[in-house]
Design a binder for this molecule. Sequence first.
Ligand code: IPM
Ligand code: MG
Length: 367
Amino acid sequence: MPNPSLLILAGDGIGPEVMAEVKRIIDWFGAKRGMHFDVTEDLVGGAAYDRHGTPLHDDTMARAQAVDAVLLGAVGGPKYDNLDFSVKPERGLLRLRKEMDLFANLRPAQCFDALSDFSSLKKEVVAGLDIMIVRELTSGVYFGEPRGIFQEGNERVGINTQRYTESEIDRVARAAFELAMRRNRKLCSMEKANVMESGILWREVVTRVGKDYPEVELSHMYADAGAMQLTRWPKQFDVIVTDNLFGDLLSDLAAMLTGSLGMLPSASLGAPMANGRPKALYEPVHGSAPDIAGQGKANPIACILSFAMALRYSFDMGDEADRLEKAVERVLADGVRTADLLGAEGVAPVSTTGMGDAILAALDASL
Ligand code: IPM
Ligand code: MG
């Protein structure tokens, strides 16, 4: 069997720095666990625009389609703010999601014990929190037509369209139910069926899919109430499934509950390929953080945990994913902190590479 293939798209801002640490972790798994990956690298976002005049070259798109998994760092930065909308760095990421048909975006919000003081919420509200948001990623208002800015009489009108087909709702609901089956068997679906027809259909289809998963306790919430409940008592949730835009908002909210936006990974999964693996792209939830880019300050943990998700969801190496996640927990418990994780205690921060070193040492210790 050929080695599993990985395409690394480090992107912009802190992307290349945090990805450098992931590459060391990948090498560790090769050297110490005999798990070899065929790694190739390419450009995305502003970096691709600078080279090719487009945030995602067609060749890169084709390579992404051909590999077992894509690892992405981050895209965007102030340098690109004034570019035409069609070539903004974000369009590269959105094209990857759309053309790979990565409809199920898994965004865990997990509160690491060592960091439960970091939340803006009370410790007891977040300690031990471990929820998973499943965001629909390839449809809804992000992609619906018609869209655009049009002239209407003597003024312009900006239009976007929220649109969901039954099959689009069905497949993301199934992904969420499957996940719930492997977790605590509780799924909450969020929409605004009180205001939006797409929400009415969403609720209907999710309920119908739920008939195939009688062991899962299904509930429904309006997304605004969901936002309120997430801040009031987030531990009431296990898996949440929601549409593209609500998922964008709610996953940022959930991530910040944990106090550690720099820590959270994500997986974007599509339909199974011929080899049975899902089409997949893994990326940290955080952005390109241009304010600290190039300074060796960035926290590489979210990107490293994204690789752990790749081990789990693309390569069926759940035990090795656990090993990597435990190494991260170990390092945090030992008090190793990048600058973003510094509390009042005045511990000296480690650099991006320093955090990588500590995680590699914890991996060694796990053998
Ligand atoms: C995210 C980001 C993206 C989104 C941007 C960068 C296009 O906010 O992944 O949550 O809106 O989906
Ligand atoms: Mg977002």
